[in-house]
Design a protein around this ligand. Structure first.
Ligand code: ZN
Length: 195
């Protein structure tokens, strides 16, 4: 009968069966790893974890109550920053799919510039309560022209303006004829309702 392997716990100093100790993987230089026994027995480890959790729960609690305002402001700022980033990433994915990003513009630097534009639109929306969107001046998809997904081809317009503009193109680089369309629309509405 093989004798039971024993080990002394560094914490409680009891000599116990190695079954009472958890193991952890230790990475070796050759890339493989072996499992070693922890110095403290399972009971001591779980006791220490309990104590740690109790102490830290209190720490976390008082941190948030002490810094509540700061925490809320930070998380709001974080969320806002990430909305713009998420939108910019989605726009990039769409543009990549239809191959509207030239190789020289498909990089982190350009992405940052585009995120800034989305951030401006998000800020404008939050500040004014009017929904602002990022629009491609020359549409990415059009029967006569293909705009690029690059900062130079992006502009911030209201969601209402975007509905009128859609994927129209007037044949110029500025592509601003849709603005006249809006003035005409407003005029027609004013005539219709006598305002
Ligand atoms: Zn122990």
């Amino acid at each position: 009968m093989a004798s039971e392997k024993l080990k002394k716990c560094k914490n409680c100093l009891k000599t116990l069966s190695i079954q009472e100790f958890s193991t952890y993987p230790d990475k070796l230089k050759n890339g493989t790893s072996i499992r070693r026994l922890l110095g403290n027995c399972k009971l001591c480890v779980s006791e220490k974890q309990k104590q740690w959790k109790a102490v830290n729960k209190q720490k976390v609690k008082s941190y948030y109550s002490d810094n509540r305002e700061k925490y809320l402001a930070n998380s709001k700022a974080y969320q806002k920053a990430n909305i713009a980033r998420a939108k910019a990433l989605m726009a990039r994915a769409r543009a990549r799919k239809i191959k509207r990003i030239p190789k020289w513009a498909d990089n982190e630097e350009t992405l940052q510039k585009i995120i800034e534009i989305y951030q401006k639109a998000t800020n404008l929306t939050n500040e004014t309560g009017v929904s602002y969107e990022v629009d491609h001046i020359i549409p990415l998809m059009h029967s006569d022209v293909c705009g690029l997904h690059i900062p130079e081809n992006l502009q911030i317009i209201t969601a209402a303006e975007n509905i009128v503009k859609m994927d129209t193109w007037d044949g110029t680089n500025n592509n601003e004829s849709w603005k006249k369309e809006i003035i005409l629309l407003i005029k027609n509405l004013a005539d219709k309702y006598n305002v």
